[in-house]
Design a protein. Structure first.
Lengths: 534, 279
């Protein structure tokens, strides 16, 4: 019976034990600060693992720096577009031909020079793979000599420039089947080792053509939020991303960095009634959330300000759309929320009646649906629970379930999911709401469709002028009578924008952080080359 | 046992008393757990991170959920799992133990091999594997516990049955032409029933602790469901900011229930089988 006691002691007191040991680790860390001044390496626990590996043709580098590869253009810390591999680019007057000139001094880490053929190969491969990078608009890529590339588009597309910013160039001669696990590129860093599920080790590329990073070696640890914070407290990592739940806690020797973002969290509702299935046999649609009254009532009833204060500890802002505050955002989409009475009225007018246990009913249909959240994400868990509890007095029962992404993928077409998005590229809005993207990857899993909205978004893409494009994006959000925002069809209930929080070693300078998009921690690496030990 | 000395109770009486007290506690916990609906643990962002008070006996967590209600619901779940798991485990033990002892050498060696196999792997490992194979969740944990806790009890039952079988009166019955079934029913069962009862009682705390351990590791249930293991694991994050009540009360409650069952099981074993109890 001693064994039982022992098991118990382990289960209950483990927490207390770790609590105690942490304080002693602080002491250790304080002692070792002197040694860090000469440190040339860096250990980061900043985000989740890119499961598909490090191949830009399948989506690596969309968020943050692609590390191993370099891109044609890039953004500076003020989000202006500047040259990287390109020395110049030109757009023809009809908007169909983009001509890019390359620098002539770039070599891959295997010694081969980077030429226009590699660029051609990269973009053609990425397009043919039909991955998350949407290059279907790209008609052909032509090479003119070693240093000139010509992109021809099927129609003018304002957002094509983001493809040039986010697509890392891969070497044509070394792009085999295992490239994603063993990348070769021309970026500031070269690949050393990837232990799946554990860590990624990179070192600096001595042949990099631009400013050299100041670290010899960088290790990315793939830890959950709890483990990352524990590691930071133990002094095992130099920087860790943390959820807002931990923001009040002090870590000796480390400071809190709160970075403003367009990283949003919201609930995607299945937009169509149930019945259909996907090609893989997963069910599509949900009879309850297909009712616009349910979606609108939730949007109006939820008190976003309370979620920011209560769940995010104030580190965030209310979200009304996926693009709040960006140039293509329509400020008319801000609604009066936290209004239970207005929400009740909407439901009553739509024919929802009081049923058993205070849950509304319409015929035989109960106002009840499941909301899935990724089980490992504390913030989404808290948001999901808080939302369900906020909505319950309204008579809508939200069953909250925490699942792995693998399980969510099977159910996300028929259950509401707490997703997160946010990008510097208006194309994301198109991806999320266009009926063409229904059921593709994580985009538009609710099968939302509104032809008017589709039209506006197509026009925005076709615009040759950014300002004109933005006007169409705004109309897609809300044009006075319809739109994809909560005022219109409300296929989503956006809840909050989350500040990105990091605990950073006081000796570490992470430069000027730009406004982060969504991206599970990786956006912080955008200016990794500029980081240094003070 | 101070109390039992003052009241001048012997071991039988004190065990009986403990049994009554424990059954009252367990019934109360299980009943309230089932009667409570989800509203009792609804989040209330206005009273987050509150220390224990008269409004919230066990304090509140980071979403303002009442820890007393969550603890009760967690314990109720744990006891339910423990009960079902222990009874399932005991049934498997009885069936396999009796088969091993009565169905001949081949059956005996197969069962013995199975017992050795399961004893050679740590409970928790096979429990996690089985729970995972059954698709996780409440069902997975119950099956996992039922399928991992039987070997030691099966071994006891097997040896007990073998011993009874070789006794003179059983041999005589057989010679007089009584059927196997009759012998099993009239001679063997009465001898092993006490062992089974003690076995279940002693399996129970094991089952509860393993349920807590598995949910603590984050297997099976959604991370917001009020299981004791989940409550303890999520409390770890907040211990360093001084929210001790998140772990303390649920932990103590689990400890009390487990310890009581353990004590009663031990006492009963002593009363039923004083010679072997000291082995």
């Amino acid at each position: 019976m001693k064994k039982i006691g022992l098991v118990f002691v382990i289960v209950v007191l483990l927490a207390i034990v770790t609590g105690c040991t942490q304080s002693s680790n602080h002491v250790k860390e304080d002692v070792s600060i002197g040694a860090q001044e000469v440190k040339k390496d860096l250990i980061l626990a900043i985000g989740s693992e890119p499961d598909a590996g490090f191949d830009p043709t399948t989506g690596w580098g969309r968020y943050g720096s692609p590390l191993f590869q370099s891109t044609l253009l890039k953004r500076d810390n003020d989000l202006n577009i500047v040259n990287d591999l390109a020395t110049d680019y030109e757009i023809s007057e009809d908007g169909l031909t983009w001509t890019v000139e390359l620098r002539d001094d770039v070599v891959f880490t295997d010694g081969e020079p980077l030429t226009s053929e590699d660029v051609q190969y990269t973009f053609e491969t990425a397009r043919n793979r039909g991955s998350v990078l949407d290059l279907s608009i790209l008609e052909k890529v032509e090479v003119d000599g070693d240093l000139t590339v010509k992109f021809t588009l099927a129609e003018p597309r304002s957002t094509f420039i983001h493809s040039l910013i986010t697509t890392g160039i891969v070497p044509k001669h070394a792009h085999g089947d295992d490239y994603a696990e063993n990348p070769v590129g021309s970026g500031p860093f070269q690949f050393v080792q990837w232990d799946k599920g554990q860590q990624l080790i990179i070192e600096k590329n001595p042949n990099y053509y631009d400013n050299q990073p100041s670290f010899e070696k960088i290790t990315f640890l793939f830890l959950g939020e709890d483990a990352a914070f524990a590691a930071a407290k133990a002094g095992d990592v130099d920087m860790a991303s943390i959820p807002s739940a931990f923001a009040q806690q002090q870590v000796p020797g480390m400071g809190l960095e709160a970075v403003q973002t367009v990283d949003n969290r919201g609930v995607q509702f299945p937009y169509v009634p149930s019945g259909e299935t996907t090609e893989d046999g997963y069910p599509i649609g949900n009879d309850v959330t297909a009712d616009p009254a349910i979606r609108k009532a939730i949007n109006i009833a939820v008190d976003r300000e309370a979620l920011v204060e209560g769940v995010l500890e104030g580190y965030g802002t209310p979200a009304y759309t996926s693009v709040d505050g960006l140039p293509w955002w329509n400020s008319e989409t801000v609604i009066e929320d936290g209004d239970m009475e207005a929400a009740s009225t909407i439901l009553q007018e739509a024919g929802w009646m009081e049923g058993n246990n205070g849950i509304l009913q319409k015929g035989n249909l109960k106002a009840e649906f499941t909301l899935l959240y990724p089980a490992s994400d504390v913030t989404r868990q808290s948001l999901a629970i808080a939302l369900a509890d906020m909505i319950k007095p309204l008579g809508i029962l939200i069953q909250v379930e925490g699942k792995s992404w693998d399980e969510i993928e099977k159910r996300m077409y028929s259950d509401a999911v707490l997703f997160g998005w946010g990008s510097h590229d208006p194309l994301e809005m198109y991806n999320l709401y266009s009926s063409k993207n229904a059921g593709i990857d994580y985009y538009n899993t609710g099968y939302y469709q509104n032809n008017v909205v589709d039209d506006y978004m197509e026009q925005a893409l076709a615009a040759t002028d950014q300002r004109e494009a933005n006007e169409f994006w705004k109309k897609a959000l809300w044009d006075g009578s319809t739109g994809l925002s909560a005022k219109g069809d409300a296929p989503w209930a956006w809840l909050v924008n989350i500040d990105h929080l990091y605990v950073v070693d006081e000796q570490l300078d992470i430069g000027k952080q730009r406004i982060h998009p969504h991206g599970h921690g990786w956006p912080v690496t955008d200016n990794l080359v500029e980081w240094k030990w003070d | 046992m101070q109390l039992s000395k003052q009241l001048n109770l012997n071991k039988r009486q004190s065990t009986l008393l403990a049994c009554i007290v424990l059954s009252i506690i367990v019934c109360a916990v299980v009943l309230t757990g089932f009667l409570y609906d989800e509203d009792r643990i609804a989040s209330n962002l206005e009273v987050r991170n509150a220390a224990p008070s008269f409004d919230h006996f066990f304090g509140t967590d980071w979403l303002g959920r009442d820890m007393f209600s969550r603890t009760i619901m967690g314990l109720s779940l744990s006891i339910g799992v423990g009960l079902v798991g222990a009874i399932g485990s005991a049934s498997i033990s009885i069936i396999l133990g009796v088969i091993a002892a009565t169905m001949g050498k081949v059956a005996d060696s197969i069962v013995t091999w199975l017992i050795d196999l399961f004893l050679s792997v740590p409970h928790l490992v096979s429990l996690i594997l089985i729970a995972f194979a059954f698709g996780g969740g409440f069902k997975g944990i119950v099956f996992g516990i039922a399928l991992t806790h039987w070997p030691s009890l099966a071994r006891v039952i097997r040896s007990e049955v073998m011993q009874v079988r070789s006794l003179d009166f059983v041999q005589v019955s057989r010679k007089m032409g009584k059927s196997r079934w009759w012998i099993a029913k009239e001679h063997i069962m009465p001898h092993i029933v006490p062992q089974i009862i003690v076995g279940i009682l002693l399996l129970f705390p094991h089952a509860i602790l393993h349920e807590a351990a598995v949910t603590f590791l984050g297997l099976g249930l959604s991370p917001h469901e009020p299981a004791i293991g989940i409550i303890l694991s999520e409390s770890m994050r907040y211990l360093s900011v001084g929210m001790w009540w998140l772990a303390f009360f649920p932990g103590i409650c689990l400890l009390i229930i487990v310890r009581m069952f353990d004590k009663i099981g031990d006492n009963l074993r002593m009363l039923i089988d004083p010679h072997h109890a000291h082995r």
